[in-house]
Design a protein around this ligand. Structure first.
Ligand SMILES: Nc1ncnc2c1ncn2[C@@H]1O[C@H](COP(=O)(O)OP(=O)(O)OP(=O)(O)O)[C@@H](O)[C@H]1O
Ligand SMILES: [Mg+2]
Length: 268
């Protein structure tokens, strides 16, 4: 089975004039010359349901397409299925039914041995940072490259670049216990982007941070998005979601109940 593809449903053509296949739901964008450019989906879920072994229906008939370069908030009350959806994207869990595509990989067909290939396309940021306490900031970030077998000579420059992006160059020699919560999360973000993933997935990255620090972290995620990385962020932070007017996907009881730009609508 494959995702349904509408052939040139909006009359889009490539430079040669040939019709381009278009994924249902993928949004086009008018380029500078007014021509419609089609962004490839970086995430696509089709009719996805997830039933945990205890019988809990965590996701029900979820359809979702996130084109490359999007910034998407995933909201909904506790237990709505946000983390479950994220676990499907990083293949921590498999869907009970339906299809999950991430960065061109069909995850239901992805052999266990190929999971590292998928993980190279993804960066993950956690609410509780998950840093190695005995390692410095620099070593925490480098570790992400070491585990995927990056060549040694590439690791140093890549780590320094990631630390510069998150503004932690000066703290690179400190251990997590010597950092503020915001700095620990910046380290987590540096670790998530050091291998230059196409998609950054963050599950409540500001959940443990005060409001001002949360804004700084969000600004950083926005900047990373502007540099070309697709960002999906699960959050309960209504103020941020409402202020930014980005695409908001809302889950309730495992179903997508809203998918539109802007607004949190409810206190979850
Ligand atoms: N491993 C599991 N086994 C059984 N049930 C689970 C498991 N993980 C999650 N659930 C259940 O699935 C539902 C969705 O949980 P999930 O963690 O995806 O929600 P969430 O939207 O991330 O919530 P929160 O905002 O509190 O983080 C909940 O009812 C939860 O109890
Ligand atoms: Mg969660």
């Amino acid at each position: 089975m494959s995702l349904s593809v509408d052939r040139a449903s909006e009359g889009a053509t490539d430079r040669s004039g040939a019709a381009l296949p278009r994924l249902r739901g993928a949004r086009g964008r008018a380029g500078r010359d007014g021509a419609l450019t089609i962004r490839r989906p970086s995430v696509a879920l089709q009719d996805v349901s997830k039933v945990y072994p205890n019988g809990r229906h965590a996701l029900v008939d979820v359809d979702l397409i996130i084109p490359e370069g999007d910034f998407v908030f995933l909201v909904g009350p506790s237990g709505a299925g946000k983390s479950t959806l994220i676990k499907l994207l990083v293949r921590d869990e498999l869907p009970t039914t339906g299809l999950v595509f991430v960065a061109g990989h069909d995850l239901s067909r992805l052999k266990r041995g190929k999971v590292p290939h998928l993980r190279r396309e993804i960066g993950i940021v956690f609410q509780d940072f998950r840093l190695l306490a005995s390692r410095t900031v620099r070593e925490n970030v480098a570790f992400a490259l070491e585990v995927i077998g990056a060549p040694r000579r590439q690791i140093g420059p890549a780590v320094e670049r990631a630390l510069a992006i998150v503004g932690l160059t000066e703290q690179a020699g400190q251990r997590p216990s010597q950092l503020s919560g915001g700095e620990q999360q910046r380290t987590g973000i540096a670790r998530a982007i050091v291998h230059q993933p196409r998609i950054l997935i963050a599950d409540e990255p500001t959940g443990n941070l005060d409001p001002l620090t949360s804004w700084e972290i969000i600004q950083l995620l926005l900047r990373i998005n502007e540099m070309g990385t697709t960002v999906l962020m699960a959050t309960h932070n209504a103020e941020v979601v409402t202020a930014l007017r980005k695409r908001v996907v809302a889950l309730e009881d495992g179903r997508v109940v809203r998918d539109e730009v802007g607004g949190y609508h409810r206190e979850y």
